[in-house]
Design a binder for this molecule. Structure first.
Ligand SMILES: C[S@@+](CC[C@H](N)C(=O)[O-])C[C@H]1O[C@@H](n2cnc3c(N)ncnc32)[C@H](O)[C@@H]1O
Length: 376
């Protein structure tokens, strides 16, 4: 973990970062991102100032003070000033993105529509807008509007024709009871032990995001080892989750106090064991294993009888890796189809070998070879 302090000097040479696993740079994100190598980043997550335009103290009907975001870093003199700032940091982020990289920007009704329009103007291609629905939103104290119960995240590719961006579709689906993951996410606000507090017991940062939200962002759109950048590091939520999930991280933060808190937070994170992070192997993505490999490796000896689950059909394994059903010879798939009088058949999930412990699907033998391959 390295925290480096750099001024916003535009004279500093343009260098590539030596890349430790987590790196927080104290300084202005536009100036600092411009020192990074172009096209070097896999994923950007940005939680910029929302320009909430809160006027004065926010109070409840009983006149008690509401702990709202009233920091100087969230204040802009006009919408035009906010748009200029947004354009500048988005351009700097786009320059460092690989052609296949994607970007997430989170915001609320105060800013997200302006941000979205600027993103489209700059050439980003919106892939989704995700609604983060809060289980425990702050009430609308005066009862004059709806409760703001959500924030919006824009997920975009660098260009309209971007190819090969990461979307872990199969893993997300498997984790969601085999149903496609939706664009509305129900996740609580960051509270309890997760919320960073100072020695005075007060929140270190007014807008610390929940780790659950960042975990879903990183798990859906990045891979272990990817380089993730957050231009608005704050308490380092993105960095903490990135480290836990085995991603590399660079965060930018202007405020030294926030950066120091983030550094301690990230340093305390233990990455998850590699086996729990290994990319989800889809049927299509898994390495091809031919049936003949099972024979070559001696896992099935020539002459073995293959049977279906009900032992209605039996085929003989030949030395060359084809199988024989009656007087017909062919692949495990073709002979499986023939046995059932079907057009097609996945032989891997049709044929079994007989073992002392009962029938074993030949797909289980293939899985053994694949896990050997994955272990290298
Ligand atoms: C909305 S907060 C991010 C909170 C963060 N996601 C977290 O979970 O803690 C925005 C942060 O950006 C920082 N910031 C604002 N303008 C900046 C700039 N130009 N360069 C770097 N940091 C900036 C602020 O100090 C603030 O901590």
């Amino acid at each position: 973990m390295v925290v480096s302090r750099r001024g916003a000097s535009a004279k500093a040479p343009r260098t590539q970062f030596e890349m430790p696993s987590s790196h927080i740079v104290v300084g202005d994100c536009v100036a600092e991102m411009s020192k990074m190598q172009a096209g070097s980043v896999d994923l950007v997550f940005a939680d910029p100032p929302y320009n909430l335009q809160l006027k004065g103290d926010l109070k409840r009907p009983d006149e008690s003070h509401v702990d709202a975001v009233n920091n100087d870093w969230d204040k802009f003199s006009s919408f035009a000033a906010y748009d200029d700032f947004t354009r500048a940091w988005l351009l700097a982020a786009r320059r460092i993105m690989k052609p296949s990289a994607t970007i997430w920007v989170i915001g609320s009704y105060h800013n997200i529509f302006r941000v979205g329009a600027i993103m489209q103007d700059l050439g980003f291609w919106v892939l989704n807008d995700i609604v983060w629905r809060k289980t425990n939103p702050m009430p609308n104290f005066r009862g004059r509007r709806f409760t703001n119960a959500h924030e919006t995240m824009i997920w975009a590719a660098r260009d309209e024709n971007a190819k090969g961006y990461t979307f872990n579709y199969e893993a997300l689906k498997a984790a969601n009871e085999d149903v496609q993951a939706r664009s509305d996410w129900l996740i609580p606000l960051c509270t309890g032990d997760e919320r960073l507090k100072g020695g005075d017991g007060k929140k270190v940062h007014p807008t610390q995001k929940p780790e659950g939200l960042l975990a879903r962002v990183l798990l859906s759109s990045s891979k272990p080892g990817d380089l993730v950048v957050d231009p608005f590091n704050g308490t380092g939520t993105t960095g903490a989750v990135a480290k836990r999930l085995g991603r590399r991280y660079v965060g930018f933060e202007r405020d030294q106090t926030y950066a120091t808190a983030a550094e301690a937070r990230i340093a305390a994170i233990e990455p998850l064991p590699e086996a729990t992070l290994a990319p989800f192997m889809t049927a299509r993505g898994a390495p091809r294993v031919a049936f003949s490999e099972l024979v070559e490796r001696g896992m099935i000896v020539p002459g073995t009888k293959l049977v279906d689950s009900k032992k209605k059909h039996a085929a003989l394994v030949r030395a060359d890796g084809a199988i024989m059903l009656g007087d017909k010879v062919g692949s495990i798939h073709r002979m499986g189809a023939l046995a059932q009088g079907a057009e097609a058949c996945n032989g891997w999930s049709f044929w079994h070998v007989e073992t002392m412990k009962g029938l074993k699907l030949i797909d289980e033998l293939r899985a053994e070879i694949r896990s050997e391959m994955a272990a290298g």
